[in-house]
Design a protein around this ligand. Structure first.
Ligand SMILES: C[S@@+](CC[C@H](N)C(=O)[O-])C[C@H]1O[C@@H](n2cnc3c(N)ncnc32)[C@H](O)[C@@H]1O
Length: 342
């Protein structure tokens, strides 16, 4: 696999794209009455959603975005307006800018139906969005912009990697991460597990790829409790475990992973983590709200949740690194070793 050599980070460019959605979120907040409801009161999330008759999970996502741009403040779980909002975002404020703001809106995109969705909730995520040739190559291209390079550097720096020979790339799409690992380790073979439709397309799309014969694709629906093989000394999972954590089933999933691995085997996770960094926070909140609006529960996996679930499932010897300079949102890379059978 030829991995692009990059001379710059993609984060500031991606940041421009995320932040182009900020006016959409602001307009939706104005339209549903977020600022008016807080005009004379400091309220909890439950009280705000009650008063606005909105879905609280998505309302919270909107409020988090507004906090990062200093239009709302939150203290001890209570939300209130900032001075800027009091001066410019209330209908009856003498210098109200609502008219001007409403004339601006972001580009077309995931927030076009934000007002409708915050009122009704959105819980029908389309898992088929990753099952087209366009979305599979879109995901690969996105990751070639610095993430594959950073993940590969991290994985190569783990002492276990050079001795690995049998890996599982779980929910691996067309296996673009696998091909990078195979290029770096000539003794490695990979088993890529993903939805059956994705695997059919992946085989077709990757058949000319160097190392294609070292990859086996397995169509699976993990929610149907199907097996994902065994005897792995390297288990890789990227951008897939969020829902397990949200539903408190991450520990159970890692126990299944434990059973599929040899003792001493290496596990590596690559997921977006919450950020304390001011530059990244708005992007993280916009990505999170976008995800909730699309009906998927969350796009963040905190380090402590990952470590807790892995520890309970017999893993330890954690190493972590945060990729933040090449992307708009921080990715937490975590490696762990299987210490015992469960
Ligand atoms: C966000 S993509 C991540 C792809 C790749 N691992 C990466 O980091 O770019 C999520 C992947 O999970 C797969 N997936 C979704 N639901 C699944 C399920 N129930 N069983 C197996 N794979 C699933 C999708 O087809 C998709 O390839």
């Amino acid at each position: 696999m030829s991995i692009p050599i990059l001379r710059s980070g993609c984060g500031s460019l991606q940041g421009i794209l995320y932040q182009s959605y900020t006016p959409k979120v602001l307009n939706a907040a104005i339209e549903i009455g977020v600022f008016e409801v807080l005009a004379n009161s400091h309220l909890t999330l439950a009280a705000i959603s009650d008063a606005l008759q909105t879905d609280s999970h998505i309302t919270e996502g909107i409020l988090d975005v507004l906090i990062t741009v200093d239009l709302i403040e939150k203290k001890n779980d209570v939300y209130r307006l900032t001075l800027v909002s009091k001066d410019y975002l209330l209908k009856d404020a003498p210098a109200s800018q609502l008219g001007a703001i409403q004339r601006y809106s972001g580009s077309a995109g995931p927030f076009d139906r934000l007002v409708e969705i915050v009122k009704t909730g959105s819980y029908n995520f389309d898992f088929g969005i990753w099952s087209t040739k366009e979305s599979i190559s879109g995901l690969e291209q996105f990751n070639r912009g610095g993430i594959i390079q950073a993940v590969l550097t991290f994985v190569r720096s783990t002492p276990e990697f050079e001795n690995c020979s049998n890996m599982c790339d779980f929910a691996g799409s067309s296996g673009y991460f696998s091909y990078a690992f195979l290029h770096a380790n000539p003794n490695l073979r990979s088993h890529v597990y993903d939805l059956p439709k994705v695997c059919v397309l992946a085989k077709e799309m990757k058949r000319e790829e160097e190392d294609f014969d070292r990859v086996t694709y397995h169509g699976i629906d993990i929610n149907a409790d199907e097996s994902f093989g065994g005897d792995y000394d390297f288990f890789f999972s990227s951008q897939f475990l969020y829902e397990f954590n949200y539903k408190n089933t991450l520990g159970a999933f890692f126990r299944r992973v434990n059973a599929s691995m040899k003792p001493g085997g290496l596990l590596v996770s690559n997921h977006v983590a919450p950020s304390e960094n001011r530059r990244e926070q708005l992007n993280v909140c916009l990505l999170e709200l976008m995800t909730r609006v699309m009906g998927y529960p969350t796009h963040q996996l905190p380090e402590e949740d990952l470590k807790e679930a892995l520890s309970e499932a017999g893993f330890g010897r954690f190493r972590t690194e945060v990729i933040s300079d090449v992307t708009a949102t921080p990715y937490l890379l975590l490696s762990a070793v299987k210490l015992r059978n469960m």
